[in-house]
Each structure stands twice: as structure tokens, then as C-alpha cells.
Write a protein that binds this ligand. Structure first.
Ligand code: BGC
Length: 731
């Protein structure tokens, strides 16, 4: 039992004793924190009327919505947030106050947003390959949620980036199930350490925004289990979220929120999930099917055609088309999560609590500094030489701030946005956080004369570039919920970069994007940094990487293709149905399988230092254990990501190799680390849908240690014995 848990128990015991000695009515038995959450949920459930159970399973939008027949939320909501589910005061069950989520405490579109700390995008956090940073980020945003009176965070986005242009990839954690699952699981763990619930979302296969509310996705179940579903499964095991949010799309023609296979068979029976399934906002289409097929709570009912889980559910119970035991199961799951995650024992305050913004912004900056990927660096152009006198900064609004991703996850910064442009309606605005790379660089390099131009006049930019010792061009590509942005940089930025690089070959490009983008000018520039959407202190993080105060250590969590022709789907699918014919071979697996060389491979990332790996060893048999050593052979301290891939000699997987393990290491010059790790057996198996289990095949497997999926430094082989794993949890 950790110290904070102990304190919680002690406080509750004191309350129990005080109530007894004051002669007050004894507290409800389910308020006893010494009982197991399942027991407490059962006791509370027994005391509930049917109307009270129905209260728990249906939510309200918490923002006035002129577009929903002038909808006005109930007065008890935390205004301008995502949702509210009334409590049951008679029984001591608190309301559920829900907010988005993944990068911080968001506000729905409003004139008076809550000002909170934004982490870098989820994809950026995945680029750290550092679950500890992800957990620290989760702990930070969970603390702000609690301080803001929220006890349910709609976080934990883990949809795989199988569609490289998906507008919400920035909210997720990349294309590999192991990396995405570990990072998102760690974030959820951090959030829930604040005694609040986090969701995991959007379950499942909501991998593109185009037609997201109607599209029907086809992906064979065994392939889904080895890709998108595996990311969810791993993240659920690591983070144990109180709730799972089912998605908008259909799977095999059936909406995710009424999909018996997905919710009942896979999640609840197969994986033994104990929490509750809540719908995405506007993702419910029925009462009986949704209830019987696994949905436990209808979110923000005004988004759906009907309040399916209110009067219609009451009628369905009366008619017997939804069994009463099913309503009990819904309420029990919600109660279990409220007890198990500490929401009931640690109530959130009604009034906003103080927030330590400087400390939280330091967490965000550390995340960004670990996330920025140095994609290219030839001729030692970076870090910026202390001798550079005249530096030109061009474009990307780098004079005022850094770009953020749009939609429901939008966090509004302290002191207001540096700039808002773009649509004046959802998912807008396009918002820049007030963290200027220009000003931060001026502070880092006080001896240099740094001049800024916005880049709208290409000739003027080229003239300034020609007169400068070095140029840094910033390019931005906005991503947001509800649309899929282009793969090509917008608004003539490619032409600007090419013109500037022609005028001065010492041109560094900094990208602020939510996805991979095309780089037709790549051969013309010596250095490129991918800074993603770098969060509240992103400008400082970029400047510190450029100056060398921070040694870059981010690695790509997604493949950067050369062109759209290399992708499994040349264009984003616009039809009513999408067939993911690439199966489980998403991302780098697709590139490996089709023998294509991408522009930058999954896992790629440079450093100002250099590293060497030695002594790769692998022990096989019934389990795979790997050990190796890594040495920092450079002159500066730095972090590297050791990546272990496994490839069966006989083939038989969806693609030639899979990421099987990774470790981020921080090494002083000359220092050596010895790493040993054991491989999750599911990553050595294929899923057999008919038998409902994972199967490892006897044979020889190559273990590869790499700097990326395409840059393998060391190999060894090992024999594995045939092995069957249950379809649910590993081990
Ligand atoms: C999004 C969810 C979000 C919800 C509430 C939906 O549009 O898809 O991710 O949690 O809105 O804001």
C-alpha cells in the first residue's frame, strides 16, 4: 500500500469513528474503504432503485449547444466541459464530471476557456519512447483535472496510426502496438494516480476522421488482435483505465457502441475488463442493441438522436427486451470504477484549487525536449554554433508561439493564446501557444543577431537568408479532429523552404506537424527537426535542442513515407466502407512487407552524441529473454532508444518483423549500460481467431537490435518452442 493510499484509509477510518461517537447515522457500508471495490459496488447497487441505476448510465453535455436545438446543460455541470453524469446524493455517489483530456484539461469552444497546461501532442509523447515521461505527463494533467473539479478524464487515445493522414494521429501514440500501448498505458496510470478515472479511446478502428461517424471498417479479427486491438490490450493492462470509450465508426457494418463482438466478446469476456464502456459523443444508435451488446453508459445524450439510455431503456427493461440484470451490470461496472479508482474516497472540490503552473510547465517542457526528433543533420550544422552571428528565423509564426492540434482535446493556455487563426467553428480555432521559439533562441544565443520574417514574401525571405550565416525555417501543418489533413505542407511552405535553402545552403527546417509530411526539399537542406505540436513550453524546447542545451533524443513513432504512393491506401478512403487489406501490417510493417524504403523509418532519430551496441544475447525456449550493452561513444551526454525487433526465419507473420522491446537510456560520455528485457509472448505469436488463442510456432527467430526499423546494428538467432497463450491476458 503506497503512502497516499494509506493516508486515504486513515482519513476514512477517522471519519467513521467520528460519526459513531457523535451518534450520527452510521455511514453507508459501501463507504468503508477497507472493503474491496467489487464488494462496495455490490453493496451500493443493492441499495439503488431502478431510477437511480438509470441515472448512472446516461450523461449530459456540459456546454450550451445552439446547434442542438439551443440545448442548455443542467446547472450542476462544470460549464463548457465535455460531460456530466448526475450523482446519487442519498447514497453518497458523486456526480461524474468529465473533461477532455489527452494533453491536458481542455475546454469546449467558449469565450471564457479554462486556462490550463498543455503537454505536447500524444504523438510527441510517443516519440520520447519513454513511459516515465508519459506517466509524469499523465500525473500532471490528472492533477489539473482534479484541481478543476473533474473526476473523469476522456484521455488515453491509442488508435493506431495505420492511416498516415489521420487528423487525430496527433492525439494518439503512433503505429506500433507495443510502443503505443506502453506509452498510453503509462499516461493513464499517471492520470489515475490522482484518484480520478481515465478512459481509453476510441474503441476501436477509428483510424481516420473522414466519414468517422458512418464509415464501416473491415479488418479480419486475427489481424485486428495483432494490431489495433493489441495496442488497446497492452494499454489496458498497463494503465487499468476505469472506462473504455467506444468509437463512432462501424466495424463489419455494426456500430462500435453496439458491437457485441468488440465489447462483450473481446473486451469484457476475452480480456476480463471490469470497468464500464462509455460512448463517444453522438456514437449511440439504439437502446436494446447497445445495452445488450455491451455499452454501459450513453455520454452526452443530446448528441444522439434519442436519449436511448433514459426513458427508452426504462421501457425496454419493462418490456424485458433488456434484462434487468444487464442494467445491474452497467451500474455495477460504473460503481466499481468509481470505488476502485478512488473517486468516491477522494471527492473533487467544488471550487477550483490552486495549480502550480511553473512546475507543470516544466513537466510539459521535459516531455517536448524528449520528443523532438532530429531527422537529419549533415555537416554538423546543429547544434547551432556559438559563433553564428547572423541568424534568420523564417515562418511558422515562430515569433509568437508554437502550434497545437485542434478539436475536443484543445487546451487553452495560461494568459491566452499567442495567436488564433483558422476556422471560427469546430474543430477550430487553430491555436498557437505563447512560447516563442524566436524569443527563446534569442535568450539561448545572446551573442547572435536574430532576425525574423513571417515568410509570406518568398523573395524577401530569400534575401534575408542570403545575408545570414544560418537560417531556421519553421513549417506548420495543422491537424484536428473531424478532418484528415493533406500529406503535403500547406500554403506554399515547400516553395518557401526551397527558395530559402537555395539562397543559403545552411538552412535548418523545423516542422510543427501532427503527422508525417512530404519533404520535396529534403536534399537541399542539411538539417531537419520534427517538433510535433510541442505544448505549452514548446518554443523553449525547440530553442534548447537547436542550441545544444538539450541533446535531441526523440525517435519516430510513425514511418515518414516518401510519397502517398508508398502508403497502403494512396488516398484517404472516402467510401462508406474501408477495407484495411494491409491487415496487421500497419506502418513500418507495411514498408518491410512491400520492400519499400521510406523517407525516414519508424524508430529513427539522431543525437548530438553517438552510441554503440555490443554483446547481443538471446535465450529462447518457452520464453524470449534478451540482453545487450550500449555505450555512449560521443563527447556529450545523451539519450538513445535501444530497439529490439524479432523476425521469424520461416515467416508466417503479417510482416517480416515486429518491435518486441525497447529501452530509453541516458548515458554520460563513455558510459555503458547493460540492458536485459523479456519479450511479451504475444509479440512472438499469431492470433488464431478460430481457436481464440495466441500461438507461437517452433522455429528459429532472428533477434535484431536497431536504431530504427530499417537500421539494424546487431543480430542473433534463437530457437523458440511451440506455445499456446490464452486469448485474454498474457502469461
Ligand atoms: C471525441 C472524443 C471526445 C468527445 C467529448 C468527441 O467528438 O471524439 O474524443 O472525448 O467528443 O468531447
Amino acid at each position: 500500500m503506497g503512502p497516499s493510499r494509506f493516508l486515504g484509509v486513515a482519513i476514512s477510518l477517522v471519519a467513521l469513528l467520528a460519526a459513531a461517537s457523535a451518534g450520527a447515522a452510521p455511514p453507508h457500508p459501501w463507504m468503508n474503504p477497507r472493503l474491496a471495490p467489487a464488494r462496495r459496488a455490490e453493496l451500493a447497487l443493492k441499495a439503488m432503485t431502478e431510477a437511480e441505476k438509470l441515472t448512472l448510465v446516461s450523461g449530459y453535455f456540459a456546454t450550451p449547444a445552439p446547434f442542438q436545438h439551443d440545448y442548455q446543460p443542467p446547472p450542476q455541470v462544470r460549464l463548457n466541459s465535455a460531460g456530466y453524469v448526475p450523482g446519487i446524493p442519498r447514497l453518497g455517489i458523486p456526480p461524474q464530471w468529465q473533461t477532455d483530456a489527452g494533453i491536458g484539461v481542455a475546454t469546449q469552444r467558449s469565450k471564457t476557456p479554462r486556462e490550463r497546461t498543455a503537454l505536447p501532442s500524444g504523438l510527441a509523447t510517443a516519440a520520447t519512447w519513454d513511459p516515465k515521461l508519459a506517466e509524469a505527463g499523465g500525473a500532471m494533467i490528472g492533477a489539473e483535472a482534479r484541481a478543476s473539479g473533474f473526476n473523469v478524464m476522456l484521455a488515453g487515445g491509442v488508435n493506431l496510426a495505420r492511416e498516415a493522414r489521420n487528423g487525430r494521429n496527433f492525439e494518439y501514440a503512433g503505429e506500433d502496438p507495443l510502443l503505443a500501448g506502453r506509452i498510453v498505458g503509462a499516461e493513464i496510470k499517471g492520470i489515475q494516480a490522482n484518484h480520478i478515472i481515465s478512459t481509453i479511446k476510441h474503441f476501436a478502428l477509428n483510424d481516420q476522421e473522414t466519414n468517422r461517424t458512418t464509415v464501416s471498417v473491415t479488418l479480419a479479427d486475427d489481424q485486428a488482435r495483432m494490431s489495433d486491438l493489441l495496442a488497446f490490450q497492452i494499454a489496458i493492462e498497463v494503465g487499468d483505465p476505469g472506462s473504455v470509450m467506444c468509437s463512432y465508426n462501424r466495424i463489419g457494418g455494426v456500430y462500435a457502441c453496439e458491437n457485441d463482438h468488440l465489447l462483450n466478446q473481446v473486451l469484457k469476456r476475452g480480456w476480463g475488463y471490469r470497468g464500464y464502456v462509455m460512448s463517444d459523443w453522438g456514437a449511440v444508435h439504439s437502446t436494446v442493441d447497445a445495452a445488450n451488446h455491451g455499452l454501459d453508459q450513453q455520454s452526452a445524450a443530446s448528441f444522439d438522436d434519442q436519449p436511448y439510455f433514459r426513458e427508452p431503456l426504462r421501457q425496454a427493461l419493462a418490456a424485458g427486451t433488456v434484462p434487468r440484470a444487464r442494467l445491474d451490470d452497467m451500474a455495477r461496472r460504473i460503481l466499481w470504477a468509481l470505488f476502485a479508482k478512488g473517486v468516491i474516497d477522494h471527492p473533487v472540490a467544488d471550487q477550483p484549487q490552486p495549480i502550480d503552473f511553473p512546475r507543470h510547465e516544466a513537466v510539459s517542457r521535459a516531455d517536448a525536449e524528449g520528443a523532438i526528433v532530429l531527422l537529419k543533420n549533415t555537416g554538423g550544422v546543429l547544434p547551432l554554433a556559438a559563433t553564428a552571428r547572423r541568424i534568420a528565423i523564417i515562418g511558422g509564426h515562430a515569433d509568437v508561439g508554437v502550434l497545437s492540434g485542434g478539436g475536443s482535446s484543445q487546451v487553452y493556455p495560461r494568459g491566452g493564446a499567442a495567436l488564433t487563426t483558422g476556422p471560427d467553428f469546430f474543430p477550430g480555432p487553430e491555436l498557437y501557444y505563447p512560447s516563442s521559439p524566436l524569443k527563446a533562441l534569442q535568450a539561448e544565443l545572446p551573442q547572435a543577431k536574430i532576425t525574423y520574417l513571417d515568410g509570406r514574401d518568398t523573395d524577401a525571405a530569400a534575401r534575408l537568408a542570403a545575408e545570414s550565416d544560418l537560417v531556421v525555417v519553421f513549417a506548420t501543418q495543422w491537424s484536428a479532429e473531424a478532418f484528415d489533413p493533406a500529406f503535403v505542407l500547406r500554403s506554399g511552405q515547400d516553395a518557401l523552404i526551397a527558395a530559402v535553402a537555395k539562397a543559403n545552403p545552411r538552412t535548418v527546417v523545423v516542422l510543427e506537424t501532427g503527422n508525417a509530411v512530404a519533404m520535396p526539399w529534403l536534399d537541399q537542406v542539411p538539417a531537419v527537426l520534427e517538433a510535433w505540436f510541442p505544448g505549452a513550453r514548446g518554443g523553449e524546447a525547440i530553442a534548447r535542442v537547436l542550441s545544444g542545451a538539450v541533446n535531441p533524443s526523440g525517435h519516430l513513432p510513425v514511418t515518414f513515407p516518401r510519397s502517398e504512393d508508398q502508403m497502403p491506401h494512396k488516398v484517404v478512403e472516402r467510401g462508406a466502407e474501408v477495407t484495411y487489406s494491409e491487415g496487421a501490417a500497419a506502418g513500418y510493417k507495411w514498408f518491410d512487407k512491400t520492400g519499400q524504403a521510406p523517407l525516414f523509418a519508424f524508430g529513427h532519430g539522431l543525437s548530438y552524441s553517438s552510441f554503440q551496441t555490443h554483446s547481443l544475447r538471446a535465450a529462447g525456449g518457452d520464453a524470449l529473454r534478451i540482453s545487450f550493452t550500449v555505450r555512449n561513444t560521443g563527447r556529450v551526454r545523451g539519450k538513445t532508444v535501444a530497439q529490439v525487433y524479432v523476425s521469424p526465419r520461416a515467416g508466417g507473420w503479417e510482416a517480416p518483423r515486429r518491435l518486441a522491446g525497447f529501452r530509453k537510456l541516458d548515458l554520460a560520455p563513455g558510459a555503458v549500460a547493460t540492458v536485459s528485457l523479456s519479450v511479451d509472448p504475444r509479440l512472438l505469436a499469431t492470433y488464431d481467431g478460430a481457436a481464440g488463442c495466441w500461438k507461437i510456432v517452433t522455429g528459429t527467430y532472428e533477434v535484431q537490435l536497431g536504431d530504427s526499423a530499417q537500421d539494424i546494428q546487431a543480430r542473433t538467432t534463437v530457437r523458440l518452442r511451440a506455445h499456446i497463450l490464452p486469448g485474454g491476458r498474457s502469461g
